[in-house]
Design a protein around this ligand. Structure first.
Ligand SMILES: [Zn+2]
Length: 152
């Protein structure tokens, strides 16, 4: 399934960016949406505030990305299906970032090159998922991942 490969390369790009802060973290598994029941995803979808299809439409299951050091030290994040690829990328990056910050008990990950005291935040700027300075993207921003073939 080509989409899973694209999600894997996106997740790998996110981990590569965080690797200095959480060495050894890798992708442990990527589960296609069909592997899980729909119910588990409704709650997740309802807190998502980004662009999305009509709320009455049944949301497709997100792709589950599990990262970490081992099965005993692993964290799950979700790549949303049925939204813009770049939105899903920013959401995935933000979730993995949250896990990394929690794991390090509050480190600024990834650190803003201009203001090392705060982490960059994952957001979509001009249609591209970016790591950017939370004060002002004009200070610093960079693409989270190369554009996916599935996005073109
Ligand atoms: Zn900054």
């Amino acid at each position: 399934m080509a989409e899973l490969d694209s999600v894997r390369s996106t997740a790998q790009a996110i981990l590569d960016r965080l690797s200095q802060s959480v060495p050894g973290w890798r992708i442990l598994s990527i589960d296609s949406p069909q592997d899980r029941p729909v119910d588990a995803d409704i709650a997740l979808y309802s807190v998502y505030t980004g662009p999305r299809p009509h709320p009455l439409r049944t949301p497709p299951n997100p792709i589950r990305v599990t990262v970490g050091l081992s099965d005993e030290e692993s964290w799950s994040a979700h790549f949303l299906v049925g939204v813009e690829w770049q939105d899903a990328t920013a959401q995935l990056a933000s979730q993995i970032q949250d896990h990394a910050i929690e794991y390090t008990q509050g480190a600024a990950i990834p650190p803003c090159p201009v203001h090392p005291q705060h982490p960059l935040s994952a957001k979509v700027l001009s249609g591209i998922a970016c790591w950017s300075c939370p004060k002002n993207p004009g200070f610093y921003s960079e693409p989270i991942a190369e554009p996916s073939p599935g996005d073109l």
